[in-house]
Design a protein around this ligand. Sequence first.
Ligand SMILES: [Zn+2]
Length: 484
Amino acid sequence: MTDIPRSSSGRRTARRLGVVTGAASLAAVGTLLLGTVPAAAVTGGAGVGDPYFPEDGNSGYDVIHYDVHLDYDPAHPDHLAGDTTVTARATAGLDQFDLDLKGFEVSGVLVDGRAARAVKRTGDHELVVTPDRQLRQGQRFTVRVRYAGAPPAEGWHILDDGGAEASGEPHGATSWFPANDHPSDKATLATAVTVPTGWTVIGNGLPGPTTVDGGRSTFRWAENHPMVTYAATVAIDKFTVQKYKLADGTPVVDAYSPGLAIDPKTPQLQSDIISFLSSKFGPYPFESAGGIALGDGQDVPNGLETQSRPTYAGGLWDYPMTHEITHQWFGDSVSYTDWRDACIAECVAQYATQLWDEHLGADLDTDFYQGTLKDVLGDPSFWSTHIYDAGPGHELDEGIYDKGALMMHALRRAVGDADFFATLKRWTSEYRDSNASWPDFERLAAKVSGKDLTGFFTAWAHSTTVPADQYLYPGSLAKVRITR
Ligand SMILES: [Zn+2]
């Protein structure tokens, strides 16, 4: 959650850094902060040090909250106006820092209410801000950015009727608000979106008051648990909205784009899925739930675990709901440390759809595990993905999902049901609302089970060939024979 290591006991650097770019920025800034020379402010880095996306995120501060105001008219979908205030804490004295924002004309930047001394755009998405006054280490500050223009398609998707949907992993957020765009910096989010009256806006979290003024309506939403930027969303359409409550009182808001079939059984199904997953993972981590169902075949992602209210292309069916709702625990509440960690979200979410099938009567040893192995044992390409650290551009490869789900079942058989589900529950409680890495998961599974799982995880998560039989068929799993 912290972008750069804090310096110890007031020892800070006297050197003024240029904008640090590239993978070495985190280390470079960290080292200088720990230097011995007494000091002035530093320049925040243009990246948080992600091994895959060195310019994602920024160093020098930690965002606490985003307050995003947007103005959008579906009759003019090539224009979006934004007014976003970012509240953050400086993790170093700063005379300059970056936000991530792609495209748009920026018309004004205020830091703590005072016009910035300088603002420039560099690289793919850097908004470089020089505040009028230096920021002290530890200081809480606000940055207000006003911007307008054509929203980049990477994270802002225009629907067939002119409505829009904002989401995108890994980089979608910068297409609609200035952010510290890296999963390691989680923050709460409030959205207020003004649209012509007749359109509806759905966002993350709990709804606030909707106000109407001169033929325009402003919808407000607030997610009070810290979230990764890629899990932020707003969706604008002529939605049909259904509201109900889970058994524990958690409010649910489901929204359906025009023309989508609404199954009257969905509220019960979604409640059952959340209740089932809670029995496996621990208490549901957020204070609201629901889904945003967008018309199929439109230019939107297949589905995304937008926090507390996943986005679906098409209807709310059990397979995508089980996957995306699992992400509320795995990915959203407990988030990546960096983009090597996809398995902590996708391996579990993909396996959860099997757990749901098991709940409905499937035998996972035969129907899922051995059935899949029969198809893939002779296919080297299936095994070629590194589940951990798949490589830049491959961070969300399908192989992570498919091989990862098999690995989860093998792990369950290797450590037994009690320790497997205890590991999942301990993971979601120990790291709730924060970040953890795939190596953290490996360590926790070994700790909970008391077993040395080094060989198991090396074979499954860090190799590109079929695991040896002892790891492929742990516990009661019977060997699969392929006949050709
Ligand atoms: Zn997923």
